[in-house]
Design a protein around this ligand. Structure first.
Ligand code: FHN
Length: 459
């Protein structure tokens, strides 16, 4: 056999062999210490930016002049748009104002430590240059540049970790859910060739992402609720991905344990490294597991021109603190326009969150869940290594007497974060009572440091 034909044959054989071995990848064996090391940066980070961006930003909620109800990124399903018609949007997607460094700076200035962007959402369009698809930002749009590559390196330049969202459900691919039209989200639809979609499209794309974008540290799956996907397939995919990159952190939507919007089922053995509550903070957190609440700044993930139901900065900061006080991360979403601009209402709120984080970040990053329950006036976070507990005062008592509910031992000292001057602490009816200063340092959340002298061990 001539050499020039031998080489590709050999490569394919090797790839097939690697594939076969990866296919039957032995379940991942990882000690608790190894998992702690792998998850450490993520646990310390506490706060990240979610980005939903794609072709759905072109219609931005309106189709043929009609407003379409529901989430902006679901317009293909909500407006029952045939896949071939929807794909025409790619010709209009030319985000000339997309500035990856500006996006990374918006996240950094907000106090965020990582970015997760949609590499492919349910509509099947890829924001990266995929060799197994021409339905991507490089081949199908006048923009012709790889947005994932640009943002991955911008994130790292800004000192941020990076990851991508990937939808298992695919409304565009003929072997996936496009055949379910007009109800792309049918829970009973079975695609006859779904296995072929997984083997010849989805996994090759995931391989491209994991092997050609070294900055990717997190895979954030979604769209796993389809009838053709199972926990077993999720476990296999989880193990397969880790054969390629053992340090990867993968959410629990690789399998079926998200339990709707609650984020985590009782099945702790289900595949995935963290639970994913959506648009809510679990009342007691999710004790014993890593978890991350994902949340919108308004009501939609993908950009919509008319959605102006923006949360205010106080609510956003208090939500972050509430999540941290229960041992979780917050992944806060932005939906950029089709021109590549993050809406001003998002940027201003994130900047204001950053103003608070610049002063009080110590009471969030690297902290663990409250060892003293949930006080009525706010929340507690704790730093195991120093034995410091942070009292987050949302409601400043009129009489300036704050009861350190849950704190049994006399604190060694109590002072405002950022100002070492000790505050007086006396035993009172409500327990240890702190005399607060006249001036309230923040109307959003005034943080006191409670030196317990011990180590406050709760995860
Ligand atoms: O259907 C998606 C939705 O578009 C969005 O991506 C959210 C983000 O977590 N997840 C799904 C709904 O649960």
């Amino acid at each position: 056999m001539q050499l020039r034909r031998l080489v590709p044959a050999l490569t394919l054989a090797i790839l097939a062999f690697a594939e076969a071995t990866a296919q039957n990848a032995a379940p991942r064996v990882e000690t608790a210490a190894q998992k702690d090391a792998r998850m450490a940066w993520w646990r310390d980070a506490r706060f990240g930016m979610f980005i939903h961006w794609g072709l759905y930003a072109v219609p931005a909620g309106t189709w043929h002049g009609e407003r379409v109800d529901g989430l902006g990124e679901w317009i293909m399903n909500q407006a029952k748009i045939p896949a071939s018609e929807y794909a025409q949007l790619a010709k209009q997607f030319n985000p000339v104002q997309f500035d990856a460094d500006a996006w990374a700076k918006t996240a950094k200035d907000a106090g965020m430590k990582y970015i997760i962007i949609t590499s492919k959402h349910h509509d099947g369009f890829a924001n990266f240059d995929s060799k197994v698809s021409s339905y991507d930002i490089v081949d199908a749009t006048p923009y012709h540049r790889d947005a994932i590559k640009a943002l991955a390196s911008a994130a790292h330049r800004a000192g941020l970790r990076f990851g991508v969202y990937y939808s298992i459900m695919d409304w565009h691919h003929p072997d996936a859910q496009s055949g379910a039209y007009p109800d792309y989200n049918s829970r009973s639809f079975h695609s006859p060739n779904f296995a072929r979609y997984v083997e010849t499209y989805m996994k090759p794309q995931l391989r491209e992402l994991v092997t050609q974008y070294p900055e990717i540290d997190v895979l954030w799956f979604d769209g796993e609720w389809i009838a053709d996907w199972s926990d077993a397939q999720g476990q296999q995919l989880y193990d397969w991905l880790h054969t390629m990159k053992p340090s990867l952190i993968i959410n629990n939507r690789v399998g079926h344990s998200r339990q709707g919007m609650a984020g985590m089922s009782a099945n702790k053995d289900a595949p995935g490294d963290f639970g994913t509550p959506e648009q809510r903070v679990p009342p007691e957190g999710l004790p014993g597991v890593d978890w991350e609440t994902c949340m919108t700044l308004n009501d939609t993930w993908g950009f919509q021109t008319f959605d102006d139901n923006w949360k205010d900065t106080k609510t956003l900061v208090r939500t972050l603190v509430d999540v941290a006080s229960k041992g979780g991360n917050l992944l806060l979403n932005v939906g950029p326009t089709a021109q590549g601009v993050i809406p001003a209402q998002s940027v201003s709120r994130l900047r204001e969150m950053g103003d608070w984080m610049r002063v009080n970040g110590e009471s969030v990053y690297g902290t663990t869940a409250s060892p003293f329950g949930l006080p009525t006036w706010g929340r507690y976070t704790a730093r195991q290594s120093t034995g410091k507990v942070y009292a987050h005062v949302f409601d400043w008592p009129k009489n300036k007497q704050l009861a350190l509910t849950g704190v049994t031992a006399r604190p060694r000292s109590v002072y405002l974060l950022g100002d070492k001057k000790p505050l007086s602490v006396e035993r009172g009816e409500g327990g240890w009572m702190v005399s607060l200063p006249a001036v309230r340092p923040s109307a959003i959340d005034a943080v006191l440091v409670v030196e317990t002298g011990g180590t406050s061990a709760t995860r």
